[in-house]
Design a binder for this molecule. Structure first.
Ligand SMILES: Nc1ncnc2c1ncn2[C@@H]1O[C@H](COP(=O)(O)OP(=O)(O)OP(=O)(O)O)[C@@H](O)[C@H]1O
Ligand SMILES: [Mg+2]
Length: 344
């Protein structure tokens, strides 16, 4: 059986990556692709590096790919993550991870928040500024502080240490910065949830399991207000401690697990996702967003760090995702102790 890998590489050079130094932020390092293909080869699969460019379609036909392990983030617009799975569906080739619709719904944080509301899953209060001319409507609609984010980015693109605004002057300044950096994209203005941050790994399909919870902790100034900005993610080794399992009350943990699984099902996530929460000072959890294409770097991917902290080998994590996907297609699963024994 031949597994094709679809991905985008951080060191790809394009006019946009030269103009916008955040363009490649979500992409993967060669090390991650190598680590994944090494694992697949260890289990007896042939592998093919397909990337995520348009020539991928020709190669899918020529190389007789049986299954695709997809981690491609895509290039442009809010459907960029949906591109590879859409092509794979057109060719009727089985692949890992969520389908194009789930990837589109979750990449667009505005759509995500509407569906979270409909499902009665708590998420921070928000409004949307769709174009720079509407900036005048952006005053004092929420209690400060508020945080601004581009509507459909990931890896904290457009989320800077300065993105938290304490008043309308700061807010307007931040909105202007985002329209400049991401000109054709609405700005999401959200109530800033002061408190702790917890991310949740979920694996599976019909009966998804919580792999673990992990707290993102301020390493330099423990206990001081802090958020997972672009600057912090880029310097994670110096600025972040990861605590998994986090030290939280049982009741809160049960709530977070329940909301994570509700969201996973509600959005039709498949095989794997990482779901981000902030916990208010009153211990109320708020779901920020759902990541059905979580970074899988063995070194710095949050899911891999979470696995490591819970004594789950990287290989076991990857094979669990693969097996989840195989089971959806009736492909014989790889024999390996999986993370299914964990959590509920
Ligand atoms: N409403 C909020 N209140 C407090 N902090 C927030 C809020 N929204 C976002 N943040 C902070 O900004 C970070 C990035 O935001 P978010 O997770 O929404 O963006 P992302 O770029 O899609 O992230 P990812 O890398 O997980 O794809 C969060 O991890 C959190 O630390
Ligand atoms: Mg996030």
């Amino acid at each position: 059986m031949k597994i094709g890998l679809t991905y985008n590489l951080k060191d790809e050079v394009s006019p946009l990556s030269i103009m916008n130094n955040e363009f490649n932020e979500e992409f993967d390092s060669r090390k991650t692709i190598d680590a994944l293909s090494l694992i697949f080869e260890k289990y007896g699969f042939k592998t093919a590096m397909l990337g995520a460019r348009l020539d991928m379609a020709d190669r899918l036909k020529k190389e007789k790919i049986d299954f695709v392990f997809n981690i491609a983030e895509g290039y442009y617009g809010r459907n960029r993550e949906s591109f590879v799975p859409s092509v794979l569906e057109a060719f009727n080739i089985p692949y890992s991870g969520s389908d194009p619709l789930t990837l589109g719904m979750t990449l667009d944080k505005i759509v995500t928040k509407k569906l979270l509301h409909a499902a009665k899953i708590p998420t921070p209060a928000y409004y949307v500024v769709r174009k720079i001319e509407d900036i005048k409507d952006a005053e004092d609609r929420l209690e400060y502080p508020v945080i601004t984010k581009p509507a459909w980015e990931g890896s904290s693109k457009g989320v800077y240490n300065s993105s938290k605004a304490l008043d309308k002057h700061g807010l307007k300044k931040n909105i202007k910065i985002l329209f400049k950096k991401y000109p054709n994209q609405p700005v999401l203005v959200e109530e800033y949830i002061k408190g702790r941050e917890i991310t949740v790994g979920v694996i599976g399909n019909e009966f998804p399991k919580v792999m673990a919870l992990m707290e993102i902790v301020n390493k330099k100034h423990p206990g001081e207000d802090f958020f997972y900005s672009l600057e912090v993610k880029r310097d994670w080794e110096n600025l972040v401690d990861y605590e998994s399992p986090p030290r939280i009350h049982n009741v809160l943990e049960t709530q977070i697990r329940r909301f994570a699984l509700m969201a996973y099902r509600e959005f039709g996530c498949r095989d794997v996702s990482r779901i981000d929460f902030r916990i208010s000072e009153y211990n109320d959890p708020y779901l920020l967003e759902i990541n059905p294409l979580p970074g899988l770097s063995p070194e710095y991917g949050d899911l891999a760090i979470m696995a490591r902290k819970n004594k789950i080998a990287y290989e076991e994590l990857v094979i669990s995702i693969l097996n989840s996907a195989f089971s959806r297609y009736g492909i014989r699963e790889v024999k390996k102790k999986s993370v299914e024994a964990m959590g509920s």
